[in-house]
Design a protein around this ligand. Structure first.
Ligand SMILES: C[S@@+](CC[C@H](N)C(=O)[O-])C[C@H]1O[C@@H](n2cnc3c(N)ncnc32)[C@H](O)[C@@H]1O
Length: 419
């Protein structure tokens, strides 16, 4: 990564965030990895999703399904329309869409256009976004691309509405939730922490705090020391990991490192408090628990994205690189069911899109396109559909409350039994 020079803005943000993290570690001791990741992503003004730097698209760090092809939005719209038009759906109680983490706004824009064409518009399209910078981009895009009669349905909200009925969308949002990391040392389960060590060792707390073992990688050296990964035993983490091992009927081998997400239950519980009827569609990189914790996946799923490159060192570029971990769809589903939702289906992206007429949407969108545009658009669609690209690495799960209807997105293949 040595060829990746930071811009002045990036350098300023990462230096400020690293200074803050160093100070916290000096005061409180080694920081649980979950807190470190949360700060890197969400620290006010400095975190990756909060600071003003570019993230999505060619000038950012990653690209998402709605940015690749509008057919993705058309498929989600087709699925939403089926719900809105179902006999069991009480439109009078409200018929809205709520999108979590709307990125550039591309998905919102294209879903509204597609629902308009399908004559199934929602009353409102609510966006709950944590990033001020992305909210600004969304507002710009939606006001420049949507006709006023569509644009007037869009509202940005700071928290969940008090009542909600309709369809909830979350595309690549759960993989941005901070995760707790663990590792097995000898046969002991350890919680992963981040510490800061000084080169002259004068102020190192590692001797008191943990084992000073780094889990691989060379770390950047801000100021006169560097961030390192350390470990400590922790009752809560041990309990969670022991439960995982017993439900998987497997013992993680020494050296096995992975993660889990503590925010799933709170997220579903708060949605259950307000949601009266409808469908929640979660689209993300991930898999079922048995694959997530397969013995060969012994370094976990945490990945770092910086300028479209992927690497596995979360300790560099704090605040200017994206940190993401795959979704454990079994844990996600357990938390949804515990909160009172029903699992409607779990299927790879390809099957979900084929079940929602992706090929027809794609053809319709290209009617007036030049041959060159058709080739480019078909290439981008392939990225979504081919199994080795996003097709089978990217999953869609649907959860419902108060719906009695099999859904077309899960009609071609439903892998729920794997969860
Ligand atoms: C990887 S981007 C995906 C953006 C968009 N959904 C797309 O597919 O292009 C993650 C999005 O989720 C937002 N986000 C992250 N954590 C969130 C949270 N806890 N609640 C709501 N939005 C969140 C980010 O600001 C960003 O808009």
């Amino acid at each position: 990564m040595s060829g990746n020079q930071l811009t002045d803005d990036q350098q300023q943000i990462t230096s400020q965030l690293q200074a803050l993290l160093r100070r916290r570690i000096q005061i409180d001791g080694p920081m649980p990895f979950s807190e470190y990741m949360h700060a890197c992503l969400y620290e006010p003004e400095l975190g990756y999703y909060v600071n003003g730097l570019s993230k999505i698209g060619a000038g950012g760090d990653f690209i998402t399904a709605p940015e690749l092809s509008a057919s993705f939005a058309s498929c989600l719209a087709t699925q939403a329309a089926e719900v809105f038009n179902a006999e069991s759906f009480q439109r009078a109680a409200g018929c809205d869409i709520l999108e979590f983490g709307a990125g550039s706004g591309r998905l919102a824009c294209d879903v509204l256009k597609a629902l308009d064409q399908q004559q199934s518009l929602p009353d409102h399209y609510l966006i709950l976004e944590v990033s001020g910078q992305l909210t600004g981009l969304q507002q710009e895009l939606l006001s420049s691309e949507l006709e006023p009669r569509l644009h007037e349905r869009v509202q940005w909200v700071q928290s969940l509405p008090t009542k909600f009925s309709g369809v909830v969308l979350a595309n690549e949002v759960f993989d941005a939730f901070a995760i707790e990391r663990f590792t097995v040392e000898h046969s002991e389960i350890q919680r992963v922490f981040v510490d800061y060590v000084y080169h002259d060792n004068s102020e190192s707390r590692i001797a008191e705090g943990g084992t000073a073992e780094t889990l691989g990688g060379e770390y950047s050296v801000p100021e006169d020391g560097c961030f390192v990964v350390t470990t400590q035993p922790d009752k809560r983490v041990q309990e969670v990991v022991e439960n995982l091992q017993s439900s998987l009927q497997q013992t993680f081998a020494p050296g096995y490192t992975s993660e889990y997400c503590e925010s799933l239950h709170p997220w579903w519980n708060s949605l259950a408090d307000v949601m009266q009827q409808g469908l929640i569609l979660i689209c993300d990189y991930g898999c079922e628990q048995a694959s997530y914790y397969s013995p060969s996946r012994n370094e976990g799923t945490l990945r770092c994205f910086f300028r479209h490159g992927v690497h596995n060192d979360p300790l560099v570029y704090a605040g200017v690189q994206d940190l993401t971990a795959d979704v454990d769809f079994t844990a996600l589903t357990q938390a949804a069911v515990d909160a009172g939702f029903e699992l409607e289906g779990y299927t790879p992206m390809t099957q979900f899109m084929l079940g929602n007429d992706v090929l027809q949407h794609h053809q319709a969108a290209l009617v007036n396109a030049s041959e060159r545009e058709q080739i480019a658009a078909t290439g981008r669609l392939k990225q979504l559909l081919l199994p080795q690209e996003m097709g089978e690495r990217f999953m869609v799960a649907g959860y419902s409350i108060g719906l009695q209807k099999p859904l077309r997105g899960f009609s071609l293949a439903d892998w729920s039994r794997l969860l």
